[in-house]
Write a protein that binds this ligand. Sequence first.
Ligand code: NDP
Length: 508
Amino acid sequence: MTQEVDQEASGAEATAAVAPGMFASRDPRTNAVLAEYPIDGPPEVDRVVDRARAAARWWGDLGFDGRRRWLLSWKGAIAADAKALAAVITAETGKPADDALLEVMLAVEHLDWAARKAGKVLGRKKVSSGLVSANLEATVRYQPFGVVGVIGPWNYPLYTPMGSISYALAAGNAVVFKPSELTPGVAVWIAEKWNALVPNQPVLQVVTGFGDTGTALCRSGVDKIAFTGSTATAKKVMATCAETLTPLVAECGGKDAMLVCHDADLDAAADFAVFGAFGNAGQTCVGVERIYVADEVFDDFVARVTDKTRRLRPGGGPDASYGPMTLGRQSEVVRGQIADALDRGATAVLGGLGSIREPYIEPVILTDVPEGTVATTEETFGPTVVINRMADLDDGVAKANAVSYGLGGSIFTRDSRRGVEAAERLRSGVASVNSVLGFAAVPSLPLGGVGDSGFGRIHGADGLREFSYPKAVTRQRYRAPMNLLTLERKARDMKIAAWLLKTRHGRG
Ligand code: NDP
């Protein structure tokens, strides 16, 4: 079932020594070294943040229109060279070329939206000042923090961090980006595209290295950290940020459930299930990890999903359905969850422990997995899916919500009103009805989670506000007829104030 990648790594390439102070990025399909990057420590990170601070002043002064022009030029440069960027994504993650190109497309759509909408969302607006303060004009606008540190994962090494970078830049911040050690090339590629446009204003810079480089970025004095990665790392990042009271937005893992009602279009639901569970080798934060199916259609649905899944071809070539496990050690998590589920009585209707042939894992479908076992509660991040039964939609919602994560979820039913109502009852930041992952492609929708899936939002108007702080200003337009902001208040004014209080609010 596994396809071979065209270019094999020579032994010499795979084991080549890396220069001191450097680390190598590798193609996970072959282990071939792709390039070497510096391991930036605190002094290097601090220098980069200092440069960013100077650039942030220029960037902030440009205003929304000036920034929009630069961001749209940058977008154009990325889109015009999309295939080259997709090739870097494929080389560093192993994902098929088409998947990589779609990732570029999605990232560019978000950049376009953020650039165009920032002024409208964040610009100065009048708000009502209310009866008591009618003599004041009240306005609110959203101002940039200054320098935002972005720490990104490897699974969507462009789309995911760009969900923070685009919105942070559009809001007027400079960005220092620390990519995953597995995907530094993607980060350097986009920063070089920026530098080619604006060589003297390092508004977007990259620092490279391991977790310690991320820690250094948290301690560097940046004004906010946007972290995307695992829940365990988010806790460490939050502890480091607490040292300096640096605010944090945390986009973490998930254990998303798909609910299939008795009246669902089973074939369409099965298609989405296969895409959501096995696309990108299951390494998707909002991927489908659990499916709950109404009892009466359970066997039919499992048969359809199994049939479609049998046709998948994991491998390293351009026609593969999905690529390798980008992070090799994640295979151990997948192995552990499958073994535990089988030990506890689950059925493997497709694949099993023998499906793990590193760096690839062939698809695994487990059914009737006891609730509460790790395969139903912990993020798998691999090409396996659990399909269990639900008595009805309420039971499905309860099971979907019975985990510590709360990122996404989906409902399949022909009764769309019921579907939307159930989607709103899911304890998750995003949800979709009769599709999966749709929200990720809608730039105006906020993306983020609750519980162990994190807090704060990227994308949409909320994502723009996440990278700014509200600035409230009142301006006195005329002297108040009843002046209460003085230590020489008149008895008459206090009498009116007491009357107003009682009349406006004292009648229950
Ligand atoms: P990790 O948590 O391992 O790493 C995320 C980033 O944090 C990497 O750049 C990593 O650097 C860095 N890092 C590691 N340790 C520290 C530290 N102590 N201080 C600061 N930074 C540190 O996540 P993965 O890269 O493995 O990504 C997969 C995870 O990301 C999954 O859980 C997935 O669900 C989640 N994710 C969530 C998304 C969302 O929008 N909610 C979207 C995409 C992924 P290095 O790689 O060099 O160790």
